[in-house]
Structures are given as structure tokens and as C-alpha cells.
Design a protein. Structure first.
Length: 122
């Protein structure tokens, strides 16, 4: 079975060049983590892969100490979102995982943020 989804979570300190339009608008508020790219192959959408990928990324962030996590997903509900242009999961999916909309960054894109607690050691 091949990989059908990719979700990458990066510490801002690991890749400091990922200062997206979000941090340019709101300087001085760098997150601990950012999920900059989230893609599911069009042939495998609606199978729960993105949901599992986001949950797994958040689990890994919690295991590494948690912190503030940001992403810039797009609204897909109520519009025809062309899959070939979506390299981020939907705002709605991020909201299902406890993210809140912070600011609109374009016609469809939003900065979303959530604080992930550190996983219990044990």
C-alpha cells in the first residue's frame, strides 16, 4: 500500500524560512509548529486519509512537547474547490480538530491556530 497523503509539521526553529503571509501580517507571533502542506491524492479523497494524517501530526507534536500550531487551510464547504489546487486540507477539517480561525488571508484561505498540550509521559 503506497502513501496517499502527506502532512508535514515543522517546528518554526527547524525551518525558519517558512514565514508565510500569516507571520508577515502578524509579526512577532511565530507559532511553535506550522503545518505548511497537507495533500491527499485526488484518487483517495473522502476516505478519511486527511483526517488520520492531521490527527497523527497532532499526536507527534504532542509527543514532542506540544505548543502553538498554525496552518493556512482553505474553506471548501459550499464551493467547488478544484482538488488539483488544494495543497492544504480544509478549514472545516482543522476546526474538527480544535483549531480556531484567526484571520482570513485570501478569498478562501484562513490562518487557523490551536494549542496542543504535551503528551503525558509514561
Amino acid at each position: 500500500m503506497g502513501h496517499h497523503a502527506t502532512a508535514e509539521g515543522f517546528s518554526h526553529h527547524q525551518v525558519p524560512w517558512i514565514d508565510t503571509r500569516a507571520t508577515k501580517v502578524e509579526p512577532g507571533t511565530l507559532p511553535d509548529w506550522r503545518i505548511p502542506c497537507f495533500y491527499t491524492d485526488t484518487r483517495h479523497r473522502r476516505e478519511g486519509i486527511a483526517r488520520a494524517g492531521l490527527a497523527g501530526a497532532l499526536d507527534l507534536i504532542a509527543a514532542d512537547g506540544g505548543g502553538v500550531v498554525e496552518s493556512t487551510p482553505e474553506i471548501v464547504g459550499g464551493r467547488a474547490a478544484h482538488g488539483r489546487f488544494l495543497f492544504q486540507a480544509s478549514v472545516e477539517l482543522f476546526e474538527e480538530h480544535g483549531f480556531e480561525r484567526i484571520r482570513q488571508l485570501g478569498k478562501w484561505a484562513w490562518l487557523v491556530r490551536r494549542t496542543v498540550p504535551a503528551a503525558a509521559k509514561g
